[in-house]
Design a protein around this ligand. Structure first.
Ligand code: 5GP
Length: 194
């Protein structure tokens, strides 16, 4: 997605060898117009699927997921990273190692928000090692729901997440696919200019 890639080149900051900071439009301050365009793009890419619900993970997946939900006219559920007292015990749970924070979280979704007849689109902000995406997939399978695909805003294609998901046969659609961080700049995977 051209608009997103241009924004990454303008506002993205490379931290260390493999982290991209996009606090100006996605991870801290949010650009609603860009998020809406992103949500619309996800809706277009998965239009062939009879999606009943979107599931994402707090907090940075929520903005793009809500705009996709608006376009597809389906509810959006976000997995929580901490079990709050209001959630109760009737939960689907998966363990996810956080690449950026170096900790393992149990992500949870209340059982009444995913049903066996749901056909779910998963959305997240980044795809790195695939931990968050695999955790979300596990939660859907615990509920007996089917998965329409996974929509990712920014994929770091030099990390193994996409390969892991593709092995499961699930469709992955990433709106920006980063090939490498070279000499302080971001380069994108060739041939996916959309
Ligand atoms: P994974 O689970 O695929 O290893 O990593 C995805 C999760 O880690 C995303 O939900 C995202 O929050 C975080 N993440 C991974 N890599 C990056 C990165 O380069 N920049 C930012 N801002 N978050 C990242």
């Amino acid at each position: 997605m051209k608009e997103l890639k241009e924004r990454i080149l303008i506002d993205g900051e490379i931290l260390g060898d493999d982290v991209l900071k996009v606090d100006r439009f996605l991870n801290h301050q949010i650009d609603p117009q860009l998020m809406q365009a992103i949500g619309n793009e996800f809706a277009t890419r998965f239009k062939a699927e009879p999606i009943t619900k979107i599931v994402t993970i707090e907090s940075s997946g929520i903005a793009p997921a809500v705009f996709a939900g608006l376009k597809l006219n389906v509810p959006v559920v976000f997995a929580r990273k901490h079990k709050s007292v209001t959630l109760g015990d009737n939960l689907y749970c998966a363990s996810v190692y956080s690449f950026t924070k170096g900790v393992t979280n149990n992500i949870v979704v209340a059982k009444n928000f995913i049903e066996a007849n749901d056909h779910i689109l998963l959305i997240d902000d980044f795809l790195a090692n695939g931990e968050a995406a695999m955790g979300l997939m596990e939660i859907c399978y615990q509920a007996g729901a089917s998965i329409a695909g996974i929509g990712i805003v920014i994929e770091k294609s030099f990390q193994p997440g996409r390969e892991k998901i593709e092995k499961t046969g699930i469709q992955v659609e990433s709106l920006a696919r980063i090939k490498a961080f070279e000499n302080g700049t971001v380069t994108f995977v060739n041939g996916e200019e959309k």
